[in-house]
Each structure stands twice: as structure tokens, then as C-alpha cells.
Design a protein around this ligand. Structure first.
Ligand code: ADP
Ligand code: MG
Length: 380
């Protein structure tokens, strides 16, 4: 796959002088019968904001806790900055953890909350003052330093927790669902802030989240997890545009998925026979003629046209509008195809509904079509 980002910002691409900061090799963690983390391998590089993304119970927090040293491994190794962590206790690791609950001291001011860890480490008083000042400036809380946590908004409390974790200058900051306590709008805004702060301090972040939008916004790369395993590791674009499995295609965004059989496998194209139409894809893929595979199409990549002349042929099909969901900025059209499958097609609402002349409505006959570059092939 070709990736367009410059090499300096993509240390995970082959680059001899970039050693990973974290190397996870064959790591497994079991709780009785439950395998929480199942033989995973992962390299994370300095300066990355890496997200572990997956549904509840898939093992994200367990993996994070093993990095922090709060949990033993059943097998495998974790190396941070070249040092095997097997016998390194949590308090001696170059890591710091930020918890979902923030765990701020309610009776202490912002300033004291942030200074606390440094005082525990016996950092000289003048240095503490400097470092606290510097970090509060970074998270834009200088004006709030004399306040106590209950006098702050949720977003501000989140930034105090972040400041408190960063002031200790860890090589690696571990964040478990850092934005889960915030409401949706604030969470979106805070995602950008978090990414900006991470970029400024340059500390490597590993963030656990179950929210795919959050992972897409924050990460340099992410691992999509399911039942203790990594389903796919990649940049947000790779994961969205080139999912390798039905699980990932469906988990990240939404996708219309249908079965097919490969009938042509060229260097620069693939042709797939499906129950919907002949699908032509204008790039190579590692598949074999005759193989059963799945095709996925994102709702926004499908064109929708009202028409009484049903099309057939490559990358197009005819159907009937079964349902319409008005979401404000876009509408989702549920198109019932001739084989009975319902396809989701999304379209932006450029005109206000009452002004639209060629409005598509329930039971309208429509044709759908897509570009040869839009269909995604899934092997499993
Ligand atoms: P996530 O953070 O992805 O929601 P966790 O890592 O917390 O998932 O949990 C993964 C699995 O391990 C779940 O099935 C959970 O019930 C189990 N688990 C986690 N911690 C413990 C524990 N201390 N004791 C027993 N089972 C646990
Ligand atoms: Mg968790």
C-alpha cells in the first residue's frame, strides 16, 4: 500500500535509525478462563499518539495496565526504550497513567494537584514552581491555578489531570478513556486540544478508547481490537479506506458488505462476481481467482439517482427507496436492491428540504453506482 505522509512523520515505516519506544511481543494475559489479551505484537514509536480501539471487554485496559506495570503477563515481553519491563515495578517505569476518573484531590487547588507528584519525588521547590507554571500554561489553566477541582468544568478538570500526568515528564503517557466523562460536544473539542498538547510536548501517548471517531481524530496510528487480538493496525486513513476484514469495515464507520467470488485478478485490477452486480476494482489486491471474498462500500461513496430505467452492469444496480433517515447535515437513504439486500447511501443535504425540486422520496425507483476505486475487498 502506498502511504503519502512524509517519512519523518511515519516512523513505523521501515526506517533503520528509528527504534520503537515500545515493543510488545507475544503478550498474553489470562484471568482464569478468560484470555483478556491474546498473543499480541506491536511496536509503538516515539512521538506517536497511538490508540487502542475496540468494544467493551476486548482487552484494551488490560494491555494498558500491563504497559504501566499494574498487571503481570502470562507470556511475552514488553520492552520500553530498550529495557525489558519484566522485573521493573510500576513506580520505576518511564510511564505515567491518566485515569478516566481523573482522581484529582478535591481539597487541593489546581496548582497543588499538579505539584503533588513532584513533591512526592522530592524535586527541589523552585523547579516544582517552574514546571507547574510551564505545564499550566501549556494546558491553558494558569488563570485557574488557585481553584479547587469542584470549581472547574469537566473539560478543565480533564486538563488538570493531563497536566498532573505530564508534569512528571514521562517518556510514555497512558490514557484510559481520557474523554469518557465529557459530553459529546466537549469531547470533540477536547480531542483536538489533546492532540495539540501531545504534539507540543512530544511525549508518546497510548490512548484507550471505545469511540471510533475519537480514535480517528486523535491517532497517528491505531490498533483495532476484538476479543484480545489485534484485527488491524494502521493510520486512520488506512483503517478507514483499506479495512482488511468485515469486522474492521463495519466497526469503523459504516459499510455495505456483500459476498462475492473473484473472477479476475490483474496487477492493477480485480473483478468480482456478486449477487448484486459485477464489481470492478481499479487496483491490485492479494486475492486468488475463485476465492470467496467480501466487498464493502461506504455509504458516502455511492451515487444515488432517481430513475425509472433500472441499470445493470459493472459497479451499478437498481433499487427502490425503502426508508430515509434525515440527520441534518446528511440523509441516509435505505435502498432495497433487486436481490433484497438493503444498501445505505448517504448524501449531503445541500438544499433545505422544502426547496429541493428533485427530492428523492419513499418508494422512488433509483439507480446506484460507484467508482472503480471505491469498493473495498475484504478477505475475512
Ligand atoms: P476493555 O478495557 O477493552 O473494556 P478489559 O481489558 O478491561 O477490557 O477486560 C478484558 C477482559 O478481561 C474482560 O472480559 C474482563 O471481564 C476481563 N477482566 C479484566 N480485568 C479483570 C480482572 N481483574 N479479573 C478478572 N477478569 C478481568
Ligand atoms: Mg477499559
Amino acid at each position: 500500500m502506498t502511504v503519502s505522509e512524509p517519512v519523518s512523520e511515519t516512523p513505523w515505516l521501515q526506517n533503520e535509525d528509528q527504534k520503537p519506544l515500545i515493543q510488545i511481543k507475544g503478550v498474553t494475559k489470562k484471568y482464569g478462563e478468560v484470555t483478556a489479551v491474546d498473543n499480541v505484537d506491536l511496536d509503538i514509536y516515539r512521538g506517536e499518539l497511538f490508540c487502542l480501539l475496540g468494544g467493551s471487554g476486548c482487552g484494551k485496559s488490560t494491555l494498558l495496565r500491563m504497559l504501566a506495570g499494574f498487571e503481570d503477563l502470562n507470556s511475552g515481553t514488553i520492552t520500553i526504550d530498550g529495557v525489558d519491563m519484566a522485573n521493573v515495578p510500576a513506580y520505576e517505569r518511564p510511564t505515567n497513567m491518566m485515569f478516566q476518573s481523573y482522581a484529582l484531590f478535591p481539597h487541593m487547588t489546581v496548582e497543588k494537584n499538579v505539584a503533588f507528584g513532584l513533591e512526592q519525588d522530592n524535586v527541589p521547590k523552585l523547579d516544582i514552581a517552574d514546571r507547574v507554571h510551564e505545564i499550566l500554561k501549556l494546558v491553558e489553566l494558569e488563570d485557574f491555578k488557585k481553584r479547587k477541582p469542584k470549581q472547574l468544568s469537566g473539560g478543565q478538570r480533564q486538563r488538570v489531570a493531563l497536566a498532573r500526568a505530564l508534569v512528571k515528564r514521562p517518556k510514555l503517557l497512558l490514557l484510559d478513556e481520557p474523554l469518557a466523562a465529557l459530553d459529546k460536544k466537549l469531547r470533540k473539542q477536547t480531542q483536538f486540544e489533546l492532540a495539540n498538547i501531545q504534539e507540543k510536548v512530544g511525549v508518546t501517548f497510548v490512548v484507550v478508547t471505545h469511540d471510533q471517531e475519537e480514535a480517528m481524530t486523535l491517532s497517528t496510528r491505531m490498533a483495532v481490537m476484538d476479543a484480545g487480538r489485534f484485527k488491524q493496525i494502521g493510520t486512520p486513513t488506512e483503517i478507514y479506506e483499506f479495512p482488511e476484514s468485515r469486522f474492521v469495515a463495519d466497526f469503523i464507520g459504516s459499510a455495505n458488505i456483500f459476498e462475492g467470488r473473484v473472477v479476475e485478478d490483474g496487477a492493477d485490477h480485480v473483478r468480482v462476481e456478486t449477487g448484486i452486480c459485477d464489481v470492478f476494482i481499479d487496483h491490485g489486491h492479494s486475492v486468488q481467482v475463485g476465492a470467496k471474498i467480501w466487498v464493502a462500500l461506504r455509504p458516502e461513496k455511492i451515487r444515488l439517482e432517481k430513475s425509472d430505467n433500472p441499470v445493470s452492469g459493472q459497479n451499478q444496480a437498481a433499487g427502490v427507496i425503502d426508508d430515509i433517515g434525515y440527520l441534518g447535515e446528511t440523509s441516509i437513504y435505505k435502498v432495497r436492491l433487486e436481490n433484497g439486500q438493503i444498501f445505505d447511501v448517504s448524501a449531503p443535504n445541500q438544499a433545505r428540504p422544502m426547496n429541493r425540486t428533485h427530492r428523492i422520496t419513499w418508494e422512488d425507483r433509483v439507480n446506484i453506482s460507484w467508482d472503480p476505486s471505491s469498493a473495498m475487498l475484504l478477505n475475512s
